[in-house]
Ligand binder design. Sequence first.
Ligand code: ZN
Length: 68
Amino acid sequence: MVMAKNLEKIVKCPGCQGPSVYAPSNVYRPFCSARCKGVDLGAWASEEFRLPAVDKPDDMQLEHGPIH
Ligand SMILES: [Zn+2]
């Protein structure tokens, strides 16, 4: 019986929620890729800022709705 050295472990990527290899070979761990590692820090904040500016359902409804 041969015990394989199982150094690799699959974890959930915090960026895309997909499978990520948690091993020394994956320098982006616990993320699955460089993109996810950047997304988690960068787009995270920028999207929070973008949301209130792009989505203004209340303002649109007020102007579109029957005033008076
Ligand atoms: Zn990912």
